[in-house]
Write a protein that binds this ligand. Sequence first.
Ligand code: FE
Length: 256
Amino acid sequence: MGSLSVIHQVLVGSVRRYSAMAAAGKGLLFRQLFEPVSCTYTYLLADTASKEAVIIDPVLDTANRDAKLVKDLGLKMVYAVNTHCHADHITGTGALKKLIPGSKSVISKDSGAVADIHIQEGDLVKFGNFSLEARSTPGHTDGCLTYVLNDKTMAFTGDALLIRGCGRTDFQQGCPHTLYHSVRSKIFSLPEDCFLYPGHDYTGQTVTTVGEEKRLNNRLTKNEDEFVKIMNNLNLPRPAQIDVAVPANLKCGIQD
Ligand code: FE
């Protein structure tokens, strides 16, 4: 057993690591950006061959920064995508559309928000040789989508799943039962080594994996009843920006 099994494990380990990085090795440009007031992550993905790019969850306050980065890197941003209609910050999709002519805004049909393109479960957001598959993961809001990269090495979970936690279920159309089933059926069913990139982090962490969250998530490792109890007893203050952010985000972040 001994040494042969160790060699096998090392080989399996390196294959796994290789597959996790395969997307990057095959011409994917990837940037994780941060907006510190709302602790929001914005993600820029591009196909280095065609230069087509997608931005996920841009924030209004950092739209100029993001547009400059797209320009500096010589990218052609085709889509500005939201994971959901946010309550804690104003989306930058409307502003980016103006800063980058020709780009289109994208959000789920179920969000009820205005956008150039409405998508739902199973739809693909294509950029060059890559695509993001939309998986419907309601529970934080009705219209929450998780975007999964075509080779399943990365997924962008919005607020459905956060590192060791999850988004709140006590405002908008929040429902802890729905969120519990969304995460377990649509996110935990991805490969164990799939990297998960959340919509926010409040502790300075940047990325996790499916395997890590299945083992270590403080809430989603519990059974459904315990999860619902935790979510119904968070007693968090109402998001400061909710009355401004939600109406604005229903219109791509463009205020009248
Ligand atoms: Fe949210």
